[in-house]
Design a protein around this ligand. Sequence first.
Ligand code: GLU
Ligand code: ZN
Length: 340
Amino acid sequence: MNTGTVSHSGVVGRFAPSPTGLLHLGNAWSFLLAWLAAKTEEGRIILRHEDIDPVRSRKNWMDAIERDLQWLGLDWDEGPDDGPHAPYRQSLCSPLYEKALDLLKARHLVYPCYCTRRELRLLAGAPHGAADGLGDAGAAYPGTCRHLSTQERARKEAEGRRPSLRLLCPDDTEETFDDLVLGRQRIPLKNCGGDFALRRSDGVWAYQLAVVVDDMRMGVTQVVRGEDILLSTPRQLLLYRLLGGMPPVFAHIPLLHDKDGERLAKRHQSLSLAALRERGCRPENIIGFLAHLAGFQENPSPLSPAALAERIRREGGFPWHALPKTHILIPDNPEHILLS
Ligand code: GLU
Ligand code: ZN
């Protein structure tokens, strides 16, 4: 990439997969767009494994993710083993998250929450608790443990309860940002789940804190990710402000859904990249198919990511405005196209 002949835009994008299963078509979609958005601007891509959840993350998934990305032709410029911003594995970053937590604690913005998942569900009256909030924020945490007295805390501790740690969020704040896909967003923080967790009661770091610390320290300037994470963004913008970091530009892209309207996910095993590869699918077929869904070409003709990037560059740059804004339904039997 660093040929020295072009001026560099300085875009730093990233792949931030959670190694909890095989990559599927929906992941390929997100990563292709993240890759194109950086590469069509002479930018760089970092690969960071978000293996923050010790129970669900596996080394063999990390290896499989790297293999699948390479097979697709989506290369990265930095990570995941060694480089200027190592470590590139969240499981190795605890001291960094601890440091950020200490900064927030020093400002009296962190408090222990002793609520169990069950209690949170009852409090919120919601069918599913979303205390850790990777996806939708769910019903807001009502701030139950915000003002517990020292005695009340001691009593909970004596009962053997282990607290999660929550960020005390300002009550009437809203976050404003210009999303590359969705346009200007103005979202009250109270719509995003209320005081959110920074560390779970089992000691696992929360996604919100980890992702901000890592994007900040790695100098990430452009985050392309699924619109299912949109309500995390105001929380992350608040953390950027509190930690004194410069937030990236965000692009929340529509996700792929199957014919029943269900989001493509790990359970769509036949659409894992590994399964498609084993059935003889070529990476160019996948890229051509996805480029068609994105509106970059009229039909799903096969092509390589590099050729697609070249075409986008020639045609004037990444057409953010042309991307569909709502979720995308993939054709009934995508294998027809993918395996042709
Ligand atoms: N590891 C997260 C995921 O798999 C990344 C979210 C993000 O891009 O911020 O969804
Ligand atoms: Zn609580």
